[in-house]
Design a protein around this ligand. Structure first.
Ligand code: GDP
Ligand code: MG
Length: 611
């Protein structure tokens, strides 16, 4: 079934809610206050199906003080019914709503001339011409102009047919699912339910979700689209999700749900804006920012002026993190005035200089992603993850990779999806070279270098090692890299070095990994050497991470037996008095004593069995 969202817009009392009711019988104004005052206060959601088409209606309030609620519905419209009363014509919120829809990028529209019963046919026709001329200025794609009266069933039927025959497009698919919560409630025995419009990509019931604003993962217990249980909800579906692992009280309208791993939040994001009419955006001033169904207070700083501008780039600085994506629209208001609309260019804060930032914003505005990569790479010398392209550029991994491949002077790790500037390779090469110059017995692998260069991908390290093989500085044996200048048999040398080291450290040897790292030795090779020393009985493994020189062990065991002779027993206390080692060693050696048949253990003390 295809599903589209058609919203309403227009001045208060022009008949929006009545028209929806006439179409599908849905009583929108159900809040107590709505009934008392006879106006729509909050959004209301209803739907109607015909054949394999479903239309979800989002009805919005027309009151000038409630434009904030209108925006939190309008960002999700695929199309809009512009409702203008034939009797009243264009009024202030007709204009404001049209402006907001334009700023939000809603294009497809049906122009509904309401309350036609109040005019003669002649008056009506001239009113339609007038209204049409006015609305034309906003350049909507007006698919039909339909005069209606709720008292004229034929006109309502006509509108309904028209709505079902519209050639509607869903919003463009993005790379991942997003949903701004617009209602939250809890049902006894079921838990938290939220509703919203599916954006970005479809969602399946088994998907793991992430509530960005409270940094919380949750799962879907049940999912409904228009009161039907479903396994999948598609783009533009109005969906109700019964969530597990989260209390309804912790959720609010405006919170963003997504899948884990796609979005990062930032307190600063960059936008490109245009103001409405005569308004100007002031530098360093606080405004209310509307994104999706969320609104927040934030400071706006301008690029290119320390006073005010009617268009340009700006940075939004908020107290809380904003989870947004490239190309997302937002509305900037001051009190009850809509000042400007904007498009998010840079949803991620990078450590960029102002001149670099300006270049980046220019590139992003032009959708020139390769140039954007080049600028970003200057700030991400240790690698720019392509996975972030979904948020950064609204590109899939594949598209991002394709664009990245066009770049010069870059190293692209296609497996780990990271790009590095080629200049970074020198950092890696110099780093490796320095190790082998200082220690001609160094024997490292890619994975052992990765431990020291955690930001570098395996294949970037490998390419750098290859360079050192090519220059003749290193030799590769199996997966290990050794210096070309040492002629000795490395395994003998390393065995001797490890043994010497254990000998020196005597009864307080360091853990194997520390020894290997100190000797610039690959950990797996180190383990093999240590194993060989153990089978030759030159080294003994006392416990998991404690390897000791065999002579040192014999010595300490003899000393322990002496203590028993002197004190009749040994325990941690009298042992520590003679050998102030750390407990780790003392306990290990005491436990080791239990291997001897002449030793027995009672209440944490060891005695001779023959005593
Ligand atoms: N005469 C006439 N009155 C209408 C028509 N449609 C709505 N109304 C009345 O206009 C008033 C406002 O309607 P409502 O649907 O609440 O307007 P909204 O604020 O745009 O949602 C109500 O009293 C309706 O009964 C119509 O087609 N003809
Ligand atoms: Mg209404």
């Amino acid at each position: 079934m295809s599903s589209y969202i058609i919203g309403t817009c227009g001045h208060i009392d022009h008949g929006k809610t009545s028209i929806i009711k006439a179409i599908n019988g849905f009583e929108g104004d159900t809040l107590k206050e709505e009934k008392e005052r006879g106006i729509t206060i909050d959004l209301s959601f209803s739907n109607i199906s015909q054949g394999d088409k479903n239309i979800a209606f989002i009805d919005v309030p027309g009151h000038e003080k409630l434009v904030k609620n209108m925006i939190s519905g309008a960002f999700g419209f695929d199309s809009v019914m512009i409702v203008i009363s034939a009797a009243e014509g264009i009024k202030p919120q007709t204009v404001e709503h049209l402006e907001i829809l334009k700023l939000l990028g809603v294009k497809d529209a049906v122009l509904v001339i309401s309350k036609k019963d109040l005019l003669s046919e002649e008056e009506l026709n001239s009113k339609i011409v007038e209204i049409q001329a006015f609305v034309a200025k906003y350049q909507f794609n007006i698919q039909a102009i339909i005069p209606v009266s709720i008292y004229d069933e034929v006109s309502i039927e006509n509108l309904k047919e028209k709505l079902f025959s519209l050639e509607l497009k869903n919003r463009e698919e993005e790379n991942f699912f997003r949903l701004y919560i617009d209602r939250v409630f809890s049902i006894k025995g079921q838990g938290s339910i939220i509703t919203g419009t599916v954006l970005g990509k479809e969602i399946t019931k088994k998907d793991k979700l992430f509530i960005c604003d409270i940094n919380k993962a949750c799962k879907i217990k049940n999912m409904q689209v228009h009161a039907q249980d479903v396994e999948v909800a598609k783009i533009s579906n109005r969906v109700a999700l019964n969530l597990t692992n989260v209390d309804a009280k912790a959720l609010k309208r405006g919170f963003l749900l997504s899948k884990k791993g796609y979005l990062r939040g930032f307190k600063k994001i960059d936008i490109s804006f245009n103001t409405l009419g005569e308004y100007l955006l002031q530098h360093n001033k606080n405004y209310t920012i509307y994104i999706g169904s969320k609104h927040l207070e934030a400071k706006v700083t301008l690029f290119g002026s320390i006073e005010s501008l009617d268009e340009g780039f700006a940075t939004i600085k908020a107290d809380k993190e904003i989870f947004s994506i490239y190309g997302e629209k937002l509305i900037i208001r001051e009190g009850n005035k809509t000042i400007a609309g904007a498009t998010i260019l840079n949803p991620i804060s990078d450590p960029l200089r102002k001149s670099q930032k300006l270049q980046l914003l220019n590139a992003l505005e032009e959708k020139d992603f390769p140039s954007a990569y080049v600028i970003l790479l200057e700030a991400h010398k240790k690698g720019l993850g392509l996975v972030s392209s979904a948020q950064r550029f609204a590109l899939s991994h594949e598209e991002a990779l394709q664009k990245a491949k066009l770049l010069e002077n870059c190293f692209i790790d296609e497996k780990e999806l990271i790009i590095y500037p080629l200049t970074t390779q020198k950092i890696i090469i110099d780093f490796i070279q320095a190790i082998y110059e200082k220690n001609s017995y160094a024997l490292l692998s890619i994975s052992s270098l990765k431990l020291r260069l955690p930001w570098a991908s395996d294949s970037f390290i490998e390419t750098s090692l290859q360079h050192l093989l090519n220059t003749g500085l290193l030799i590769k044996e199996n997966n290990l890299y050794r210096s070309a200048n040492t002629k000795e048999d490395l395994s003998t040398v390393l065995e001797e070095r490890i043994l010497k080291r254990l000998q020196d450290e005597d009864i307080a040897p360091t853990a194997p990994y520390n020894i290997y790292d100190n000797l610039d030795l690959d950990r797996k090779s180190g383990d093999n050497i240590l194993k060989a020393l153990c089978s030759k009985k030159e080294v003994v493994r006392v416990e998991h991470n404690l390897f000791i020189h065999a002579l040192s062990l014999s010595k300490i065991i003899a000393e322990m037996k002496n203590i028993i002779k002197e004190d009749e027993y040994i325990d941690i206390k009298n042992f520590k008095e003679r050998y102030p080692l750390s407990r780790k060693y003392l306990i290990a050696y005491l436990d080791y004593l239990d291997k001897f048949s002449e030793i027995k253990k009672e209440d944490g003390k060891r005695y001779f069995t023959t005593a």
